[in-house]
Write a protein that binds this ligand. Structure first.
Ligand code: G
Ligand code: G
Ligand code: MN
Ligand code: NA
Length: 254
């Protein structure tokens, strides 16, 4: 498959880059975290969307080396920012079910922490509901081991999959990310607003940190803040941006 071949080469030729999207506190609007988001900038100028290549990476298994590169790069970046005097920013990294399925997943994550000097307390792994469905026991054990190191877990795109409350509990999820699917049209849509209210109420009673994703305007922001969402991630505050830009943003705010 050509895209598979090109993707394999992209990794070797350093065509993959990480962008970082800030997460702000709903109340004070301070940046308290960033999510690492992969981008493919081909040497010939083409930009391929992750929505296009991540599914292929998952199918072919390339997500394993790519995911490892993402984790290593994101940890390195977080350590660099911290050394330059920007502490307290949590780094959120997406991990795919396929990565977690590796027998030595825990060892690989530990090796990256050691190699980069990353403090596990600064790291959050974003998992999806499909992890819970596909490999319960095994994944549960591995994630519990990572949590013992201080790593936190976020359930990504909450509400779009099976959304089992049991999984939130058995996986020891710390953070729930409300899918942008619900946020996009929430203003003036009572049934979407009802879903979001219910998710927030449930997450609050489970004492989870709540992140609303895809917040694009003030009305959405005000609504989510009034419900008690802890953090906001979305274009209304910050788009995903390259390392240099976010470095500047941080230094201005220290
Ligand atoms: O950044 P953007 O909205 O274009 O990302 C599109 C999709 O790609 C999202 O579903 C996002 O979760 C996924 N994605 C982005 N970066 C990574 C990554 O590093 N690893 C994995 N597994 N998925 C990612
Ligand atoms: O990992 P996850 O599937 O949650 O990926 C988040 C995706 O959402 C990223 O691809 C990111 O670029 C995208 N995104 C972040 N903020 C916004 C936003 O405000 N609006 C829209 N449409 N997309 C966003
Ligand atoms: Mn995510
Ligand atoms: Na998401």
């Amino acid at each position: 498959w050509t895209l598979e071949y090109e993707l394999r080469r992209a990794l070797e030729r350093d065509e993959l880059v990480l962008y970082y999207q800030p997460q702000v506190e709903a109340k004070g609007q301070a940046i308290v975290g960033v999510e690492a988001l992969i981008r493919w900038h081909a040497k010939d100028g083409r930009i391929v969307s992750p929505a296009e290549f991540i599914p292929i990476a998952e199918e072919t298994g390339l997500i394993v080396p790519i995911g490892e590169w993402v984790l290593r790069t994101a940890c390195r970046q977080a350590v660099t920012w911290k050394k330059r005097g920007k502490p307290g920013v949590e780094m959120a990294v997406n991990v795919s079910p396929r990565q977690i399925r590796q027998d030595d997943f825990v060892e690989r994550v530990k090796a990256i922490l050691d190699e980069t000097g990353m403090d596990p307390h600064d790291l959050q792994l974003e998992i999806t509901e499909s992890v819970a469905i596909e490999e319960t026991n095994d994944a549960e054990r591995k994630l519990a081991e990572l949590k013992r190191l201080g790593i936190r877990l976020a359930m990504d795109d909450f509400g779009t999959g099976y959304s089992s409350l049991g999984y939130l509990q058995s996986f020891g999820v710390d953070t729930l990310k409300i899918s942008q699917m619900f946020i996009r049209d929430v203003s003036g849509n009572e049934s979407l607003a009802g879903i979001v209210r219910a998710i927030v109420a449930m997450a609050t009673s489970l004492r989870l940190t709540i992140v609303a994703e895809g917040v694009e305007d003030q009305a959405q922001y005000e609504f989510l803040k009034s419900l008690g969402c802890d953090r906001i991630q979305g274009y209304y505050f910050h788009k995903p941006m390259p390392q240099q830009e976010i470095g500047k943003l941080f230094l201005e705010s220290v």
